[in-house]
Design a protein around this ligand. Structure first.
Ligand code: DUC
Ligand code: ZN
Length: 463
């Protein structure tokens, strides 16, 4: 099967030119000037005039069907990846979570059961380690063979996900030897847990106390601590969902010293502040995520952090819970509100808003949503760029298309969006996954399944 994409403005992290792309079966085989492939017989010709042609976006931080003690995230691998595709994302990396007391292999099997045959875009997994007893070194080695080259550790949520400093140090050290990258949720879980209990016990039960009981300083402290442990272990480290000035400063200082430290942030931390949690009638619960939304000054600092490349990736932490019936579990007590926001569908268009606002260049936008995720997570150059030999995961992006983000027009399976009413100009029009059109006119047309499990390469630093 031969496809040509004609006359598009081809934009990668480094290039920007008008040209044509030749696709044979699942891969890009050639990129040339307009008309280069006119003499070839092609089954499919797509006109990309007045559109950008971008490498498919990669969201390295999703939680489809995330099981929490009281409920489960509302998107499964089918609904969540359809929504992702409509938003221009052609690869997700989701977190398989080890249950305490159970071997990590079990988590891997369980995530394959959820995703295989259901995902409509390509996908891979990180392994969240909660219990090192059941994740011995041989089991971590086996993960590399299973295509999992990233491990996640949480410094928050004592009793469920949190691991202690010994575990962090040991995993970092072993991962460095193995060529794996450790991703860390950096918040001081012990201090936060005490503040949360103290807050709830004094009768402060509304959603806004979720943010007040998780101070930015404790995200900064944990970020500095894990960077210290990584330095000692001589390991690279990636800090997930950075939200605030203290954490950003820690990452910037480490990078300034040349340490192998990377950080990501998410659209919610770039657009929404903590005042949302104080909305009346329990609307604030729609904005409860962890770490919490911060202050306008943090938002400004994060944009600056992207600009200065102190932060390297924008992902979503997509963890959707319906407002009715799920967020409502915490109506009387904010500690019972399931933590997480939907966003996998809107990341690309929200970040492009930053290009329109003059905050990012077009190339840098592509770097943040596709190229750096591919490089850091063992997928480059198969994913993350437009070049001969790369998968033909492509987004025909209409920079003029206007859209008002709303629960009424989204594909995510959740009864609200935290971005309700935000207007964007610039959205995906057509999306190809390995040469096959799966989104046309912004709507999913790809049928069932079709996503491929990605065996990822070992970490190599993209300096
Ligand atoms: N934060 C969330 O808001 N949801 C899921 C996991 C996390 O760390
Ligand atoms: Zn997460």
């Amino acid at each position: 099967m031969r496809t040509v994409i004609q006359n598009g403005r081809i934009v990668t992290a480094t290039d920007d030119f008008t040209g044509d792309i030749l696709i044979e079966d699942e891969q890009i085989t050639s990129v040339g000037a307009p008309g280069s492939f006119a003499a070839l017989a092609c089954e499919q010709v797509l006109d990309a005039r007045n559109k950008y042609v971008l490498p498919g976006a990669i969201d390295v931080h999703t939680h489809m069907e995330l099981p929490l003690p009281t409920t489960i995230a509302s998107d499964d691998f089918e609904t969540g990846t359809i929504a992702a595709a409509c938003g221009g994302t052609t690869t997700i990396l989701d977190f398989a979570n080890q249950q305490r007391g159970r071997p990590i292999e079990q988590a891997l099997t369980s995530w394959h059961l959820k995703a295989d045959d259901r995902a409509v875009i390509d996908y891979g997994f990180h392994m969240t380690i909660t219990d090192l007893e059941n994740a011995p070194e041989e089991a971590l080695d086996a993960m590399i063979d299973a295509g999992i080259t990233t491990f996640k550790l949480l410094m928050a949520y004592p009793g469920t996900f949190m691991v202690d400093d010994e575990t962090i140090y040991r995993v970092l050290r072993h991962a460095a030897r193995l060529g794996a990258l450790v991703m860390v949720h950096a918040e001081n879980g012990i201090a936060i847990d005490y503040i949360v209990r103290e807050t709830a016990a004094s009768g402060h039960t509304e959603p806004r106390y979720h943010a007040l009981s998780r101070p930015a300083l404790l995200e900064g402290e944990a970020t500095r601590r894990v960077i210290t442990l990584a330095t000692l272990a001589e390991a690279p480290v990636y800090i997930v969902h950075v939200t605030c000035i203290p954490a950003l400063q820690a990452i910037a200082a480490a990078r300034g010293e040349g340490l192998p430290v990377w950080g990501e942030t998410c659209p919610q931390y770039l657009y929404l502040d903590a005042s949302r949690l104080a909305l009346p009638d329990f609307e604030g619960a729609k904005y409860v995520c962890t770490p919490p939304l911060r202050q306008p000054a943090d938002i400004e600092a994060l944009w600056q952090g992207l600009r200065r490349r102190e932060l390297s990736v924008v992902s979503t932490d997509h963890a959707p819970f319906h407002w009715h019936g799920q967020k409502e579990l915490g109506r009387e007590d904010f500690t019972k509100i399931p933590n997480g926001l939907p966003g996998v569908e809107h990341r690309v268009m929200l970040l492009y808003k930053g290009v329109r606002a003059g905050r990012l260049t077009l190339n840098h936008f592509v770097e943040l949503i596709s190229t750096m995720p591919a490089r850091l997570f063992g997928l480059f150059p198969r994913k993350g760029t437009i070049a001969p030999g790369s998968d033909a995961d492509l987004v025909l992006f209409d920079p003029d298309k206007r859209l008002t983000i709303s629960a009424a027009n989204q594909h995510q399976r959740v009864d609200y969006t935290p971005y309700e009413g935000i207007e964007v100009q610039g959205a995906p029009e057509t999306v190809l996954l390995r040469g096959r059109v799966i989104v046309r006119g912004g709507e999913y047309v790809g049928g069932k399944g079709g996503g491929q499990y990605l065996f990822r390469k070992r970490f190599s630093a993209p300096f």
